[in-house]
Ligand binder design. Structure first.
Ligand SMILES: Cc1cc2nc3c(=O)[nH]c(=O)nc-3n(C[C@H](O)[C@H](O)[C@H](O)COP(=O)(O)O)c2cc1C
Length: 188
């Protein structure tokens, strides 16, 4: 069981990072092989709509996405973790998702089979405010992203009212919820 965690916050050891680490620890405790990508440390250009991918399913831009596409296709579980920035995902993780238009093209234009079966996905998000609709936009984005790469959206951990770096440690349940999320995801 390969679990790929995509850490979308630019803040290392911030709330998203700590939540994702706990989730990956939970998955590891169930015997999963885990990997974390810190998107902010990678070179990922935004999609430029060159649409080379419509011809052969490959993006024409050469950067760190070259190594990420195979990881996205090999993982049994993918976790997108992001703080809420203006009711959306961070631009770092959104750039990674947009560049997966190449995988969308393989599936929907070129009618290639992506690995599917029991591939699962989960979304972790944290925001400072408590609005009811805080996570609505990013959930739609992540669900559509997962669908495009043949991943089933199965679980989520959405935490409101957490703002300062590391403040998540004071939350009564979030870190243990994250650990349990990882355990669930790693169970077949
Ligand atoms: C550019 C920016 C935009 C933000 N927009 C929102 C927002 O729309 N709603 C919200 O509740 N919090 C918003 N926040 C607060 C962060 O979501 C919050 O501080 C979060 O805990 C940061 O997580 P991190 O430590 O993982 O980066 C924003 C923060 C930044 C820097």
């Amino acid at each position: 069981m390969r679990v790929l965690g995509i850490m979308g916050s630019p803040r290392i050891k911030g709330n998203t990072d700590l939540l994702l680490d706990e989730t990956l620890s939970g998955a590891k405790s169930e015997g999963a092989e885990v990997e974390k990508l810190v998107v902010d440390k990678l070179k990922i250009a935004p999609c430029r709509e060159y649409y080379g991918c419509l011809k052969d399913g490959n993006c024409v831009i050469r950067d760190d996405m070259d190594a990420i596409y195979p990881k996205l296709l090999d993982a049994d579980v993918i976790i997108i973790a992001s703080p809420i920035f203006f009711y959306g995902l961070t631009s770092q993780v959104k750039a990674l998702i947009d560049r997966c238009q190449a995988l969308w093209a393989r599936k929907y234009i070129l009618k290639q089979n992506l690995p599917d079966g029991a591939r699962k996905g989960a979304f972790i998000a944290v925001g400072a405010t408590r609005g009811e609709k805080l996570f609505d936009g990013p959930i739609l984005t992540v669900q559509y992203f997962f669908k495009s790469i043949s991943i089933k959206y199965v679980d989520e951990l959405l935490v409101r009212g957490v703002d300062k770096r590391g403040e998540i440690k004071e939350h009564p349940t979030a870190l243990s919820d994250a650990f349990q999320l990882g355990r669930r995801l790693a169970q077949r």
